[in-house]
Ligand binder design. Structure first.
Ligand SMILES: [Zn+2]
Length: 282
């Protein structure tokens, strides 16, 4: 499969800004070799529904927006290539191995189970199967993001990356923070202040709070691989993960847009504008 079809880059119109957004989990392409033992409906519970659309205004304000087309449940682009769940494999792993600890939740590079604990596969996978997903899906996505971030940094001497996600309103059995944990409206993750300057996190938090959203920082989501791998605040490379609560824009437990959808989408467009101003002020 050609790299073009596994991701989309929404090109900006008008003057370019140092903002780059990416939506790694809103795709719903299910490759024919997935081999899941559960239905696509079940797999789509892992999806950050419509997140690329919620930020559709970003290119209109001069920011690049990268979107993964493939389903996160097939391979998670927000993981390192070495984050292998050995319990999922039918033999040894002959490549780079660097576990993040997410395997305990069934959510390493290739997920073993859904948020409710349901196993995704009936049998273990071969190392070859997992390696194919790495080279044909994970690496092209991460490279595309790196190229956008590098280009912005070269143009502006600084880059601000928003890694865009959505989360369940309440944690599932295998959810971060534990089952039944209620989430704030917005959770910002800068890996305890290591992936962007503190003022950037604060600006985003203030933006949401000023519009009445509850905001938590690094609780329960600190940000994972995509905010870690290319960020380096000392050199003007800033990455921040933004999780919005699905309860703000979807009808309970479904993928149907609720009446709150339009308001959230408008606010996220305003957020991009506000961060463009921030980047000019700094
Ligand atoms: Zn996500």
């Amino acid at each position: 499969m050609a790299a073009e079809s596994i991701l989309k880059v929404h090109q900006p119109v008008g003057p370019l800004t140092p903002l780059v957004l990416d939506s790694p989990h809103s795709g719903y392409l299910f490759p024919a070799d997935f081999g899941a033992a559960v239905s696509i409906e079940q797999l789509r519970t892992a999806e950050d529904v419509d997140v690329h659309d919620l930020y559709a205004a970003a290119p209109l304000h001069g920011a690049h927006l990268l979107e993964a087309s493939f389903a996160r449940s097939y391979i998670d682009p927000n993981r390192s290539a070495g984050d292998i769940d050995l319990e999922l494999l039918d033999g040894p792993w002959p490549h780079h191995y660097a576990p993040s600890g997410k395997a305990r939740l069934g959510k390493a590079l290739v997920w073993r189970s859904l948020d409710d604990g349901t196993p995704i596969y009936a049998a273990r996978l071969s190392a070859k199967t997992v390696f194919h997903r790495i080279t044909h899906y994970l690496q092209p996505y991460q490279l595309a993001l790196k190229q956008l971030l590098d280009a912005a940094h070269t143009r502006h001497g600084v880059v601000y990356h928003i890694n865009c996600h959505s989360m369940e309103a309440v944690g599932g059995v295998m959810g971060e923070g534990g089952e039944g944990k209620k989430r704030a409206d917005v959770v910002l993750g800068d890996r305890d202040g290591s992936t962007c300057e503190a003022a950037f996190t604060q600006r985003v938090a203030e933006f949401f709070r000023s519009r009445g959203y509850s905001v938590a920082i690094n609780d329960p989501y600190k940000g994972v691989e995509l905010v870690r791998m290319y960020s380096d605040p000392r050199y003007g490379r800033h990455s921040l993960q933004v999780e919005v609560n699905k309860g703000l824009y979807l009808n309970n437990g479904t993928r149907e847009r609720s009446p709150g959808y339009a308001a959230l989408k408008a606010d996220l467009g305003e957020l991009v504008l506000d961060l463009t101003r921030y980047a000019q002020e700094i």
